[in-house]
Design a protein around this ligand. Structure first.
Ligand code: ZN
Length: 339
């Protein structure tokens, strides 16, 4: 799965953990099943909708219906497991590091044109974004005339930015955020699993604040909670001043231990700064407790540099959704000691 150059050892697990906590999308799933039963699923589908509403899991669930013994994406049979745990050979899961490159477009083409066991060949492209002309041309060829018995499922949170030549070849399916009651239920459960108890009001507020995207609300609630505070404290003490030799190891350990994805690391950093600025402007009374005593006002040049590097890490990490390589991230952040 994922991009072709990634070693299996770097892959922490399959694309999803299970389908048990897939929230909403029942209308899409039912419609897809009906189309599949009549052998009428369009060969190239684009699922567009806001970020962090669960499109990735939806794609995994739809892809699983192809290999599921009951054709329902039951989540329990061997076919479903092969998708969940990322060992289905007829499925290519592309979660590209940034825009799709020519080599990836070629891998997609190769995967679809290779006929092996006679099972349907599927490609899933998570969060497609604009790509260079060469890659787009290569991908266009495939999307224009996909080989028979193949299926391409694509998701995007920014479909409007895609080239019209690409989108005109896709059947677009608009994905609405799950109903708030379902998201609320999912969030309560996810928070409980993380050892947090929050009131339904807090959970609902967070959902509304984050445009009903349960993924973003969960992250924000976790970040605001004490479980994460210790880690934030350590992150602040490392990132708000130039890193010295020993700090690099500590940063690496912290990143490994927390298992953050690139978007989470970037958000943590922004949250730290946000609180500091609020305090310095007098919007909150208490000096942020996570602010290390050894750091006064942060050096603006250092902050700019950190932001720039975090942005690169974010872009380099499939728009932040991939797990961080702790060593590379720490080294990149440490490369600015002579800023
Ligand atoms: Zn199944």
């Amino acid at each position: 799965m994922s991009k072709s150059s990634r070693k299996p050892a770097d892959i922490p697990r399959g694309p999803v953990r299970s389908f048990a906590d897939l929230v909403g999308f029942q209308d899409i799933i039912t419609a897809f099943h009906e189309l599949a039963a009549r052998d009428r699923v369009p060969q190239v589908l684009l699922f567009e909708g806001r970020p962090a509403i669960g499109k990735r899991k939806l794609l995994a669930r739809l892809a699983a219906t192809i290999y599921c013994e009951s054709r329902q994406g039951c989540g329990h049979c061997q076919g479903c497991h092969s998708v969940i745990h990322g060992y289905q050979a007829d499925l290519l899961w592309v979660e590209a590091d940034g825009p799709i490159k020519v080599a990836e477009a070629e891998a997609i083409q190769d995967h679809l044109s290779y006929q092996s066991s006679g099972a349907q060949r599927v490609v899933v492209i998570v969060d497609i974004e604009d790509m260079n002309d060469q890659a787009a041309n290569r991908l266009l060829k495939t999307l224009e005339e996909p080989p028979p018995r193949t299926l391409v499922l694509i998701s995007s949170s920014r479909a409007r930015q895609l080239l019209a030549t690409i989108t005109s070849r896709l059947v677009r399916w608009h994905v609405q955020p799950p109903p708030i009651e379902l998201s609320q239920h999912w969030l309560m459960h996810a928070l409980q699993e993380a050892g947090l108890t929050l009131s339904t009001t807090d959970v609902r507020d967070a959902l509304e604040r984050y445009s009903l995207a349960p993924g973003r609300a969960l992250l924000a609630l976790k970040m605001a909670n004490s479980v994460e505070q210790e880690a934030q404290h350590r992150l602040a003490s490392l990132l708000l001043k130039p890193l010295e030799g020993r700090d690099l190891h500590e940063l690496q350990d912290l990143l490994k231990q927390q298992g953050w994805k690139a978007n989470e690391l970037a958000q943590h950093f922004e949250l730290l700064l946000n609180r500091y600025y609020k305090w310095s402007l007098g919007l909150i009374a208490e000096r942020p407790s996570h602010w290390p005593a050894s750091v006064g006002a942060p050096d603006p040049r250092l902050l700019r540099q950190r932001r720039r590097i975090l942005q690169q890490i974010y872009r380099g990490g499939g728009q932040g959704h991939n797990f961080l390589n702790a060593q590379l991230a720490a080294e990149a952040l440490g490369s600015d000691t002579a800023f």
